[in-house]
Design a protein around this ligand. Structure first.
Ligand code: SF4
Length: 225
């Protein structure tokens, strides 16, 4: 059994059965995975393990989901996994890499990279992203990464080497792996602790691209007619 499966096994023994918008329910000697908001529905379409990739790809309206941890996982399906290996395969298809990162975090081996460091190492067309101001970062990250409508990950990275928080516009629970980000906007933070966190150890490419756009937008502004 791989470390990530061992971690899953231990967590499920403690009734931790949620990750992001996924719910994992023991059933018939295996597990059923579905959208958390679909638990209890009996009209769900049965899917195979491999269908998870397709499920993760498009939202309810059929739009491509560039950010797999955005809170727009589509509903209406369920997948039976006969063992933890298959559970892991489904989770990895829907939230790529998150179990491995969680394992690294739990074993104290996860390091995070500050946003400034990530931006400073960009090359080519993204090099300009490093010119983003602190004020722009504050607003951009506060909007782009927010759990309500943005991204369900818990931010572990800092803004810069001084350890400044990623954005003053985000609530403290956005940085707390013990808090369930899916419900944190709708329910009190303390209401949901039996959930696996989706961790963000380093700014994603989409945020880097948004930083670039912010810089370009501002530098382009004086040229606009
Ligand atoms: S930087 Fe992290 S928290 Fe922000 S949108 Fe990207 S993956 Fe989500």
């Amino acid at each position: 059994m791989k470390e990530s499966q061992r971690l899953l096994q231990a967590l499920m023994a403690e009734n931790v059965s949620r990750i992001g918008q996924l719910e994992i329910v023991p059933s018939n000697g295996g597990f059923v995975l579905c959208h958390r908001d679909d638990v209890g529905r009996n009209d769900l379409r049965n899917g195979e393990i491999d269908d998870a990739f397709e499920i993760a790809k498009f939202d309810e309206a059929g739009n491509y989901r560039p950010l797999k941890t955005a809170p727009n996982l589509r509903r209406g399906w369920k997948i039976f996994a006969r063992d933890l290996l298959q559970v892991e395969q489904v989770i990895d298809a829907i939230y790529p890499g998150r179990l491995a990162i969680l394992h690294a975090f739990k074993s104290g081996q996860l390091t995070s990279t500050s946003l400034r460091e990530t931006l400073n190492r960009q090359s080519g067309m993204y090099r300009i992203a490093a010119k983003i101001s602190d004020e722009q970062i504050d607003g951009l990250v506060g909007n782009f990464c927010r759990s309500n409508g943005g991204c369900l990950r818990t931010i572990l990275w800092k803004r810069d080497a001084s350890g400044k928080t990623a954005s003053s516009k985000l609530p403290p629970e956005k940085f707390d792996p013990a808090v369930n980000q899916y419900f944190s906007t709708a329910m009190p933070a303390t209401a949901a602790t039996e959930s696996l966190p989706l961790l963000c150890q380093e700014a994603c490419n989409l945020l880097v691209a948004a930083c670039r756009d912010a810089v370009k937008g501002e530098s382009a502004a004086p040229l606009a007619p």
